[in-house]
Design a protein. Structure first.
Length: 298
């Protein structure tokens, strides 16, 4: 299967002091890891910061205007793309337009989209839930709200429209091990499936996706789902994560069991004080993950 790679070096959704390193991460992947013959599309991202009037407190989204512009530009670019996409971030929110497109393409309706996109499940491999709202977010950073945006919540500028909206029963949070109180309450109230690292085997992930009733799957990967012992270039490391070998196995298992609707690798921030050796190791890890997403042998 041929894929189109969508490179979105968005950093505006991150609250990390190293957020600008996400630009370098996306560029490193584009320059060094993507196949030479691949169809690669780049979404330009502004480097000047644009913020809401309350960029750091509760009840707002930091850099809302810039995020809305990038989302609109990515959505427009994706309208001219055929087939399955693999997105390279950037922060996690860079993947939202691609997920929305995949939901439209894989709806169970008449082919023109449906209100729930129920032909597709979303596997969100991430140490964090990314399921806050502006009111519940401790930071105001949208990369911690993007899943909620895909569910149709959040600011109007970023919330998924009805024809590209996820429903909680089609969502699987995997590798999650750091949740804010508001996220935990929402997950419990909606019955969202969640697989912590200790339970995250290939069979368990396939079973969780199968339980959604979906025929296709989109696989989003935030690199912080990996244990920080295995990767340096991440902004929000959380101990107790996956090994690269296990992550590759998980991707391969769901790819084999379901139609592949698309995928993403996000939050690569290689400006690590650990130096060039760590960066070279990280690039090899990202290469293996991208290869697995593309359906080839890592």
């Amino acid at each position: 299967m041929n894929h189109t790679y969508i490179v979105i070096p968005q950093w505006q959704g991150s609250s990390s002091p190293r957020a600008l390193g996400l630009i370098a991460g996306a560029e490193a992947v584009r320059a060094e890891l993507l196949p030479a013959s691949a169809d690669v599309r780049l979404v330009p991202v502004p480097t000047a910061e644009t913020a809401t009037e309350d960029p750091s407190g509760h009840g707002s989204v930091r850099r809302l205007d810039a995020l809305a512009r990038v989302r609109a530009d990515a959505t427009a670019l994706l309208a001219d793309v055929n087939g399955v996409t693999i997105t390279v971030g950037g922060d996690c929110a860079a993947d939202q337009p691609s997920v929305e497109r995949a939901l439209r393409r894989n709806s169970s309706g008449d082919g023109n989209g449906s209100s729930d996109g129920n032909g597709m499940a979303l596997v969100w491999l991430d140490a964090h839930g990314d399921i806050n709202t502006p009111a519940s977010s401790p930071s105001g950073a949208y990369h911690g709200m993007v899943v909620r945006g895909l569910l149709g919540d959040g600011p109007a500028e970023l919330a998924a429209p009805p024809d590209a909206r996820l429903t909680p029963d089609r969502l699987v949070l995997a590798g999650t091990r750091s949740l804010d109180a508001g996220e935990r309450t929402f997950i419990e109230a909606t019955g969202i499936r969640m697989l912590p690292v200790a339970e995250l085997t290939p069979d368990a992930l396939v079973a969780a996706v199968r339980a959604t009733g979906a025929r296709s799957v989109y696989v989003h990967i935030d690199l912080d789902v990996l244990d920080p012992a295995h990767i340096a270039g991440i902004g929000f490391p959380e101990p107790g994560g996956l090994s690269p070998d296990r992550l590759v196995e998980l991707v391969g298992a769901v790819r084999e069991a379901f139609d592949f609707a698309g995928g993403a690798v996000t939050e690569f921030c290689p400006d690590s004080p650990a130096g060039t050796t760590a960066t070279a190791r990280d690039l090899d890890t990202v290469r293996r993950i991208l290869t697995a997403l593309a359906g080839a042998q890592p």
